[in-house]
Design a protein around this ligand. Sequence first.
Ligand SMILES: Cc1cc2nc3c(=O)[nH]c(=O)nc-3n(C[C@H](O)[C@H](O)[C@H](O)COP(=O)(O)O)c2cc1C
Length: 333
Amino acid sequence: MECIYPDGAALLAPIAGLSDLPMRMACRKFGCKYAFTEMIDAGSLVFGNPKTMYLAKRGEQEDFLGVQLVGSDPETLIKAVEIVNRHHFDVLDFNLGRPAPKVAKKTEGISFALKRPDEAVKAVELLVKHSKIPVTVKTRIHSETDPELTVAFCKRLEETGVHALTLHGRIMKTFYSGPVFYNVIRAVRESLHIPVIANGGGLTPETCAPLLTETGCTRLMIARGALGNPWIFRELAGGEPPTLKEFAVQLESHIRDMIDYYGYDLGFRVSRKTVLEYLRGRGFPAPLRASVSTLAGWNTFETFMIGVRQGPTDRYWEFLEKYPEQLERKLKP
Ligand SMILES: Cc1cc2nc3c(=O)[nH]c(=O)nc-3n(C[C@H](O)[C@H](O)[C@H](O)COP(=O)(O)O)c2cc1C
């Protein structure tokens, strides 16, 4: 079976609340081809929740788009796949990796895989049977001490006929921080015939490197490293970090796309976290960062952009010159 993703591919992860069309378009400008919708709840899709339909919206210019479903009820999943079949997606990814939110004690994501593995595997079988497009799974490692637990489960997933598997190398209780267990990803890759996409901790080109070298995988998936940093895809292909001028142009263009996509009021409200992601780790002065919470329209945004164009503090530039390797997010003067 030919892999959907070529060797060397860097995929943009599904990121709930963030990997919307404007973020995907920003990453695509800098070389990202493979991207996913935000996670879509199968039940909400089936009940026609308008917000969910919006999450599944594909941009006209999107060359490749995967849709990610989460859920566990077999009937609902079948209905959700039927809806997916009527839309234009390239891959259907099933989420078996999401750590259970404490409030909603739903058995979905990784807890579905851990607590009801037989049903989770059956759910994947159903998706494969009913889907008209290739099905993939995104999951996490089950244990950091015994790779065999993850290997055994992933083998069962492979037997369902999924085309590829993305493996986040952290256990459930560490959510998105803590060590990434490359050895477990490696053990799974060595035991499976389908491609395994390595995920976890690829925040910079430097931290992406061991995701490949230590696991032996030839494809990786990036989530937080792309937040406010679409240039990571260019850097992974050997390109440069942005200049301050390029940074400011891209930030403004991303926010304009968000206003077009979400409308004026909602657009400004939801764009604040995106703006903060762009500023993060780049040495912008604290008062400028604090002013993000007041962004509510073009007037405030234009004033804010004057501050952005003035750039980071002198301290940042001095530090960048002396210790470039210690800065995750680099700007060029
Ligand atoms: C805010 C946030 C939202 C996320 N939403 C999803 C999601 O919708 N679906 C999914 O499979 N993983 C989701 N993840 C997990 C990421 O896709 C990824 O597996 C994880 O962040 C590890 O990769 P990273 O170290 O490159 O960030 C989310 C992570 C974060 C931080």
